[in-house]
Write a protein that binds this ligand. Structure first.
Ligand code: FE2
Ligand code: FE2
Length: 169
């Protein structure tokens, strides 16, 4: 059985992961409007990953005899100034999520739930990968600046990203 305090912290994080899914879906729509199909693809993989992150915790809470409580999902932004502005926000959002995973692990440590800590290790590693992945795209976008040809080349590159359902925990 999971402690009430940790259960609450897991439910908060499920909401954050679902918000991430929603935010990236909104960004996907933005790239649809710009007709940048590679960016659309990249975001759609991101959306699926965030859904998988939420479901990993959803399933884990049940496995531990906890109760899932879904809260309202905050409305994401709809418009951005540029693809660069989008990826700046993606990186800062991922850094925020990393801080939330750390805070969740602090709660698990506090209630001495070692099983939960070991489960959450996967999320910690995933955040390192996410930040590095996003940081890579952001660095390229900074080089691209207003070069439309370079932007289209990056778009073609991002079209190659595929979703591999993660094995969580
Ligand atoms: Fe996530
Ligand atoms: Fe993420």
């Amino acid at each position: 059985m999971i402690s009430e305090k940790l259960e609450k912290a897991f439910n908060d994080q499920i909401n954050k992961e679902l918000y991430s899914e929603y935010l990236y879906l909104s960004m996907q729509a933005y790239f649809e409007r710009l007709n940048l199909k590679g960016f659309v693809n990249w975001m759609s993989v991101q959306v699926q990953e965030e859904h998988a992150h939420a479901m990993g915790m959803f399933n884990y809470l049940h496995e531990r005899g906890g109760k899932v409580e879904l809260e309202a999902i905050e409305k994401p932004e709809i418009d951005w100034a540029s693809p660069l502005a989008v990826f700046e926000q993606v990186l800062s959002h991922e850094e925020f999520v990393t801080s939330r995973i750390n805070a969740l692990m602090d709660v698990a440590e506090e209630v001495k739930d070692r099983a939960a800590l070991s489960f959450l290790d996967w999320y910690l590693k995933e955040q390192v990968e996410e930040e590095s992945n996003v940081g890579g795209v952001l660095a390229t976008l900074k080089l691209v600046k207003d070069d439309a040809k370079a932007l289209l080349m990056l778009d073609r590159e991002l079209a190659a990203r595929v979703f591999n359902p993660p094995v969580i925990g």
